[in-house]
Design a protein around this ligand. Structure first.
Ligand code: GDP
Ligand code: IMO
Ligand code: MG
Length: 422
């Protein structure tokens, strides 16, 4: 058996939550490998919307084990809120969820450091979700971090106090003002949530996953964010702090590259981005506004409005290359129903030259070159691809040819059922 991976190929919010939930019945284990509560994965089940942040999107399916891998950063407060929300639906989450002892903790001070860092950057801010992601990963790579396994050790409280104390000194040095009373309360709550996590299944998930794989269990690795937000290959510094590409699944779960099977890359029929940073095909006009309104493009975690633009093929091809994508899922085709004309960026003009590669410095003048398609109008209420309008078929065939990977799944609405498998 091999481990399949589902990951976002754009700037996040491609619809990963929906697709993991749709694919989950084909697997026995769903595992998150990076990111943390900055993610917001939406699932719509029988008209009801659920947003997951740290918990894998297999949690709403029966008999699926969900694993939070070592590459994930966990905020106990946000995590417990999520757990309680799912328990309220009658799901026995403690039975179906395992945490890696090696996953790092987000401390209340990490959130303050995130806010302080953003405030100091002024107009140059990343547009972080302010969940403490960057500072938590900094402590991980700086070899100062606290991990889930540490909460089971006797000296945890002292180690917490030492690290939080160091952070408070940094905040004082930066002159960052914050509500001390709210912070103290938050810290108390955080410790209570840590106490709850001690009652959960916290194990060496790398052994669990490799053993289950050997037994023939089918595993799906669920990515968070998207390739264009990757710490190495994204639009740095306007990125997140983890490896969002396929390689991140090996590191974030303890799986060897030879265990990887299909790499399913997911993209919207257009592009969105939330937060700051370059976006070559961004539309600053009524068309972009129309996409945002029809697509309900508001962040699942922060509620911020997402920036919108046409599909960017140079960016998509690069993400396919970096991940070795073997099949594609195109999402939100229905959002473009009301557009008489649909465009795709096939190349960029950079310094007067045509290129289909993303330049190192995305802040240089990049002029997208577009190919225009006739819109497909209202889609029939069917999941039979054959019955879809010729214009949508043309759009899909063009993209497949341009990127050299088949589009296996087309999504035409947020519900599980609004999915066409080709
Ligand atoms: P994720 O972070 O990749 O899981 O994506 P988000 O949940 O942040 O954002 C995707 C949004 O699009 C959610 O509100 C989904 O319910 C919604 N969605 C997913 N697929 C479709 C689709 O095919 N059509 C429409 N209209 N909405 C979709
Ligand atoms: P999902 O998994 C979209 C963006 C933030 C910001 C940058 C850095 O739902 O697709 P961070 O909080 O990580 O320090 O923010 O990354 N960002 C996301 N954008 N979807 C996400 O996750 C994101 N997670 C982070 O908006 O620009
Ligand atoms: Mg999201």
């Amino acid at each position: 058996m091999k481990v399949d991976i589902l990951l976002g190929l754009q700037w996040g919010d491609e619809g990963k939550g929906k697709i993991v939930d749709v694919l989950a019945p084909q697997y026995e284990i769903v595992a998150r490998f990076q990111g943390g509560p900055n993610a917001g994965h939406t699932l719509e089940i029988q008209g009801k919307k659920h947003v997951l942040h740290t918990i894998p999107s297999g949690i709403f399916r029966n008999n699926i084990m969900n694993v939070i891998g070592n590459g994930v950063v966990i905020d106990p407060i946000s995590f417990l809120e999520e757990v309680r929300g799912i328990e309220a639906l009658g799901i026995d989450i403690c039975k179906n969820l395992i945490l890696s002892k090696r996953a790092h903790l987000i401390l209340p001070t990490h959130r303050l450091l995130d806010a302080s860092s953003e405030a100091s950057k002024g107009k140059e801010k990343i547009g972080s979700t302010l969940k403490g992601i960057g500072p938590a990963y900094m402590d991980k790579t700086g070899r100062n971090g606290l991990r889930i396994g540490d909460i089971l050790e006797k000296d945890f409280n002292e180690r917490y106090a030492s690290l939080a104390g160091k952070h408070l000194q940094m905040l004082a040095l930066a002159g960052f003002e914050y509500d001390k009373k709210a912070f103290e309360e938050n810290q108390k709550k955080w410790m209570e949530c840590v106490a709850f996590i001690r009652t959960m299944q916290c194990i060496d998930t790398e052994y669990y996953l490799n053993d289950e794989l050997k037994k023939g269990k089918r595993i799906l690795a669920e990515g968070a964010q998207g390739s264009l937000l990757d710490i190495d290959f994204g639009s740095y510094p306007f990125v997140t702090s983890s490896s969002t590409t396929c390689a991140g699944a090996c590191i974030g779960l303890g799986l060897a590259p030879s265990t990887l099977g299909e790499v399913e890359g997911i993209f919207k029929a257009y592009c969105t981005r939330v937060g700051s940073g370059p976006f070559p095909t961004e539309l600053h006009d009524d068309i972009g506004e129309k996409m945002a309104q029809i697509g309900r493009e508001f962040g699942s975690t922060t509620g911020r409005k997402r920036r919108c633009g046409w599909l960017d093929l140079p960016a998509l091809k690069r993400a396919i290359m970096l991940n070795g994508v073997t099949r594609l899922d195109m999402m939100k085709a229905d959002v473009l129903n009301e557009f008489g004309e649909v465009k795709v960026c096939t190349h960029y003009m950079v310094d007067g030259k045509e290129t289909d590669q993303m330049p190192y410095n995305l802040h240089t003048e990049i002029k997208p070159v577009y190919k225009s398609f006739k819109g497909w109008g209202k889609l029939p209420e069917t999941t039979s691809f054959d019955k879809m309008p010729a214009e949508l078929k043309d759009y899909i065939t063009y993209i497949e040819k341009a990127v050299g990977v088949p589009i296996k799944l087309v999504s035409v609405g947020p519900e599980r059922s609004q999915t066409m498998v080709r």
